[in-house]
Design a protein around this ligand. Sequence first.
Ligand code: SAM
Length: 282
Amino acid sequence: MTEFETATLYIVATPIGNLSDMSQRAIDTLKDVSIIAAEDTRHSGHLLKHFSISTPSISLHEHNEQQRSEVLLQRLKQGESVALISDAGTPLISDPGYRLVSLVREHGIAVVPIPGSCALIAALSASGLASDRFTFEGFLPSKQGARLQTLQLLLAESRTMIFYDAPRRLQATLHDMVDVFGETRQACIARELTKLHETITTKPLGELLAWVSDDTNQLKGECVLLVEGVKQQKDTSETEINRVLALLLKELPVKKAAAITASLLNVSKNTAYDMALKLQQK
Ligand code: SAM
């Protein structure tokens, strides 16, 4: 039984380096569709040839996406199926395709993802940084002023932040990150993922900057940069101190309850003790 449907737009992920990461479902879909829209037809030609896929392709890139989307929409309306691929990884993730997908969905035509490689997810999964909540920031601006401004807006971000970067800019980016986030914030460079020279290194930002400055090999190839989010500030408001004290005072003497509250909330023992006494007198 084939899952293949007519009049459907398939969003097909391709490898980010290692061709063995191409899924069987991706190969089958690319063989079955009427046409493949590829970011760069010449680049994708190698991949298609490798998997003996002879489906015709047309280009869909940043500069022709609007016009190509209309052409593809007409073909979908006539019952043909279309696959979208990008140069590497998952289309639409810092790659073209958003306009096509929204147009096609507006016309009530099915859009089906064929998931697979994605550099940000691969990097996050092996970085050792918190993965329960994260934010993908894509590429930072190339001009330093705008880059610093974007980073400053992320100062209070508590989720792991993920950036794509060009190797020629990595050193400058790290430099700005040290300026904004400080040199002790944990960060990770995930370079050449799934390829021969894959390296995934997690260290404080200052050490990462020193490392790539000493070993310029680390500036080669493709990379994802991840930065730990800011640690949540402890709530040391009076209400919170009283809440913790009240809980502890149910079980402990004043002195003990005050000492534990002081160390939990990072407030002075005297403050906690005075507040505990007032609570007891109520
Ligand atoms: N759509 C792709 C995806 O799903 O990850 C991303 C395309 S974006 C134009 C290219 C950027 O992705 C690179 O500059 C780099 O930051 C990251 N990237 C792609 N392949 C990578 C790899 N093998 N190792 C590390 N980073 C990679």
